[in-house]
Design a protein around this ligand. Structure first.
Ligand code: ATP
Ligand code: MG
Length: 252
């Protein structure tokens, strides 16, 4: 594919990805690119396969057909040592913290287990990351079941960003948060991309959040990307599904 001289390289590419569960086809030849150092937001209705598309890139699900490539290499499902997957920091839609570990240790988990950072240093970094999402060190000492839903979401976000990964996946990062905290999170995501040069792929139903986070937007519908473009072009977009989605969002 030809590329304009200054256009960023493709960091992640979904090529003809098909994923079925039983007789239900979720992804039906999906093609999508996330550009290096840019923030891509994927929008689309509930159950359209947004989380599945991230899980295919994370190697948690294997596509039935097609492939996901990171830095031009196909990711191998189920392989934690895959160099593409190892670059990803992930905020799961459910939060997915370990109940048996205090919050700081959840945040520091990858630093201790994967990056072999000394426990005391990892804790300091975890507490700093919790501070970025406006959680104090006291929240770090609690267990996940002692936090509110919004606090859990923020702790999960701290865990995703603590190791300053090259790639960040955020699945519904602001759902369930009050508007002020949501705004803090949106700007934090933006900052990860602008200051650290990360490549971000976020899923959101929150159109205000999309407008802060996104450089590029893609809309998934019936297993395929129906529209994609730069955020600045979305208001002029004539695709009916996109229009319905963004105008519904404007009215709450
Ligand atoms: N492991 C699985 N086994 C069976 N079906 C699955 C599995 N994971 C996802 N699905 C199905 O795939 C479809 C897409 O799921 P997915 O979680 O990607 O939706 P989504 O677009 O993220 O929705 P939401 O906005 O509600 O989070 C759903 O019908 C879901 O039930
Ligand atoms: Mg989902």
């Amino acid at each position: 594919m030809s590329q304009a001289p200054n256009s960023p390289a493709t960091k992640i590419r979904w090529s003809n990805v098909c994923k079925r569960f039983g007789d239900k086809t979720v992804l039906n030849g999906l093609n999508l690119e996330a550009k290096e150092g840019r923030s891509l937001v994927v929008i689309g209705g509930s159950g359209t396969g947004k989380s599945v598309l991230l899980k295919c890139a994370l190697g948690l699900l294997a596509p039935d057909k097609g492939r996901v490539e990171i830095d031009g290499k196909a990711v191998k499902a189920g392989r934690h040592d895959d160099p593409g997957i190892a670059q990803i920091g992930m905020l799961f839609q459910s939060g997915a913290l370990f109940d048996s570990l205090p919050v700081w240790e959840n945040v520091a988990f990858r630093l201790i287990q994967h990056d072999k950072v000394k426990r005391s240093d990892a804790k300091a970094r975890a507490i700093a990351a919790l501070g970025q999402v406006e959680l104090g060190a006291d929240a770090g000492e609690k267990f996940p079941n002692e936090l509110s839903g919004g606090m859990l979401k923020r702790a999960a976000l701290a865990r995703a960003i603590v190791s300053k990964p090259k790639i960040l996946f955020f699945d519904e990062p602001t759902t369930g948060l009050d508007p002020i905290t949501a705004d803090v999170i949106n700007h934090l995501i933006r900052q990860q991309v602008s200051e650290l040069g990360a490549t971000a792929v976020s899923i959101t139903h929150d159109m205000a959040s999309m407008r802060v986070i996104a450089d590029d937007v893609a809309m998934i519908d019936q297993g395929e990307i129906r529209w994609q473009g730069e955020l600045s072009t979305i208001d002029a977009c004539e695709n009916e599904r996109v229009r319905a989605f963004i105008t519904a969002g404007q009215h709450g």
